[in-house]
Design a protein around this ligand. Structure first.
Ligand SMILES: *[C@@H]1O[C@H](CO)[C@@H](O)[C@H](O)[C@H]1NC(C)=O
Ligand SMILES: *[C@@H]1O[C@H](CO)[C@@H](O)[C@H](O)[C@H]1NC(C)=O
Ligand SMILES: *[C@@H]1O[C@H](CO)[C@@H](O)[C@H](O)[C@H]1NC(C)=O
Ligand SMILES: *[C@@H]1O[C@H](CO)[C@@H](O)[C@H](O)[C@H]1NC(C)=O
Ligand SMILES: *[C@@H]1O[C@H](CO)[C@@H](O)[C@H](O)[C@H]1NC(C)=O
Ligand SMILES: *[C@@H]1O[C@H](CO)[C@@H](O)[C@H](O)[C@H]1NC(C)=O
Ligand SMILES: *[C@@H]1O[C@H](CO)[C@@H](O)[C@H](O)[C@H]1NC(C)=O
Length: 424
């Protein structure tokens, strides 16, 4: 082809660019450009990802950061995307505040077996967080090779709940793969919301948290404290089976004593007939199978489970082991920033438990964090929470929010995302 003028060259470049965009971004389900695929991370183990390009008014998607989002043990695609992070809900109604407004978001259904991810035989389930971390690194290596533009884009790993226990290890493995030259990426931060980083600290905080909120009396305080000490004992002695049983015993105990209290947010108004499903919602599951599967041409997946019980049982031996050591290593061995945010109305991973493990954690530049001033943060003049930042470590306390901060306080969540990723 003969190109006669610079205008023609420019026009050709534009067409070429559109072609490139056309081959990577596709029209998926809901608004915005998307891409999705499977990666066989181990023989017979298939992880699914769903990329949503930002809907911000940008001349190139790559002006905005890329956030990997996952919940840990739950499918990211349905549980996160349609229930609170994404641009539409399952009725197709737009969500006023969503993450794609600000950045590119990559949902990954992990561990294998959750959501659209699957294994060909039961032996391929991940047996521990380490295996899941390595699976995720393999997925990222493929993803970044097939979407090379993102190799130069700031990357943030954002997760919540059990995902907060898994993601520091995943981040460390990703960083090491990057150091070895196996992955090209710009990993900047690891952000965990109401995390399960130290399950024992969470559980030990239940009784004081509930007492101080006026939800239980001193008798119940003693009872729950004794049960929590037993849980700590089983975790310390590595008896996962007893620990799991004790954990559900404590749940039942609190449910009975505290009425039908909503564990994800103790201030949520709860009707006696409310059935709380904590992220496993049949309506959402049916919607994904009936609506999303067809549009994404995933018709070989006749089912979709927010949480695959078998996959979770496989993780049981290490389920309550803390991952604080991985946070420490990230801080001491890498330039990656570590961020914790905590909705203060959450019972599952209550703020005082989170503060406890952070207080006890030792890292090289801890003094900078300890000495930093804790300040209130406002959005449009309203007090939404508090923040404290130093030594590559940040903590955000979020008011009027429970376990799922974005759902309860999207304004505070948007503030935190901007603080961390500095988008736009
Ligand atoms: C998008 O940004 C461009 C360039 O800054 C501006 O001219 C245009 O009006 C914006 N469009 C919308 C819908 O905001
Ligand atoms: C889901 O599918 C049903 C049945 O085809 C349809 O009525 C509904 O509008 C769809 N919902 C969305 C959000 O696309
Ligand atoms: C979990 O995932 C496996 C493999 O993908 C699947 O065979 C199984 O039906 C799923 N559900 C349960 C409850 O095990
Ligand atoms: C994790 O599980 C794999 C098998 O899937 C095993 O080879 C490895 O030793 C385990 N790692 C840890 C830290 O338990
Ligand atoms: C399931 O999700 C739908 C749609 O978001 C919601 O209307 C319904 O109340 C949820 N059900 C439960 C039991 O949480
Ligand atoms: C849908 O996926 C199947 C393989 O599962 C493939 O053969 C087919 O071409 C795909 N259709 C479209 C429209 O992408
Ligand atoms: C903090 O992170 C920056 C880059 O974000 C890095 O240059 C610096 O070495 C880190 N500091 C410590 C104490 O790890």
């Amino acid at each position: 082809m003969q190109l006669k003028s610079s205008t023609a060259i420019a026009a050709y470049a534009v067409i070429l660019l559109q072609l490139i965009n056309w081959t990577t971004a596709r029209r998926g389900f809901g608004p915005g450009e998307q891409d999705w695929n499977y990666v066989e991370v181990r023989k017979g183990a298939h992880l699914f990802y769903w990329l949503h390009y930002t809907t911000a008014n940008v001349s190139s998607f790559y002006e905005r950061p890329l956030a990997i989002w996952f919940k840990g043990g739950y499918a990211s695609t349905g549980s996160g995307y349609f229930e609170y992070v994404g641009p539409i809900d399952i009725e197709g109604q737009p969500r006023a505040s969503n993450w794609m407004q600000h950045m590119n978001v990559l949902f990954i259904d992990n561990p294998v077996g959750t959501g659209f991810s699957y294994v060909e035989s039961f032996g391929e389930f991940a047996k521990n967080d380490t295996q899941n971390a390595l699976d995720m690194v393999t997925l990222m290596a493929h993803f970044l090779r097939s979407h090379p533009e993102f190799q130069r884009v700031p990357l943030h790993i954002i997760s919540e709940s059990y995902g907060g226990k898994m993601s520091p290890e995943f981040a460390l493995e990703l960083y090491r793969a990057q150091q070895r030259g196996e992955v090209q990426c710009q990993l900047k931060s690891v952000v965990v919301g109401n995390p399960f980083t130290s399950p024992v600290d969470n559980v030990l905080a239940y009784a004081p948290f509930l007492l101080q909120h006026g939800i239980i009396d001193h008798d119940a305080y003693s009872k729950i404290s004794r049960a929590a000490a037993k849980f700590e004992h089983w975790v310390k002695f590595g008896n996962a089976k007893e620990a799991v049983q004790q954990y559900s015993k404590i749940d039942e105990m609190i449910e009975e004593i505290a009425g039908n209290i909503y564990f994800h947010n103790i201030q949520r108004r709860a009707h006696v007939d409310n059935v709380f499903t904590y992220g496993v919602n049949q309506t959402v599951g049916d919607f994904v199978v009936n609506n999303v599967t067809k549009t994404l041409n995933l018709t070989h997946m006749p089912r979709w489970e927010a949480r695959n019980v078998t996959a979770l049982i496989e993780l049981t031996p290490g389920m309550f082991k803390p991952s604080v050591n991985f946070v420490t290593r990230l801080l001491d061995e890498t330039p990656i920033r570590m961020v914790v945010y905590s909705g203060t109305m959450d019972l599952i991973a209550p703020t005082p438990g989170t503060v406890n493990w952070i207080d006890q954690m030792q890292w090289g530049s801890k003094k900078s964090y300890v000495d930093a001033t804790r300040r209130p943060f406002l959005v449009d003049g309203f007090l939404e929470g508090y923040e404290k930042q130093g030594g590559n470590f940040s903590m955000f306390w979020v008011l009027r929010a429970g376990h799922l901060v974005h759902q309860d306080n999207p304004a505070a969540m948007a503030y935190i995302l901007r603080e961390i990723t500095n988008y736009g």
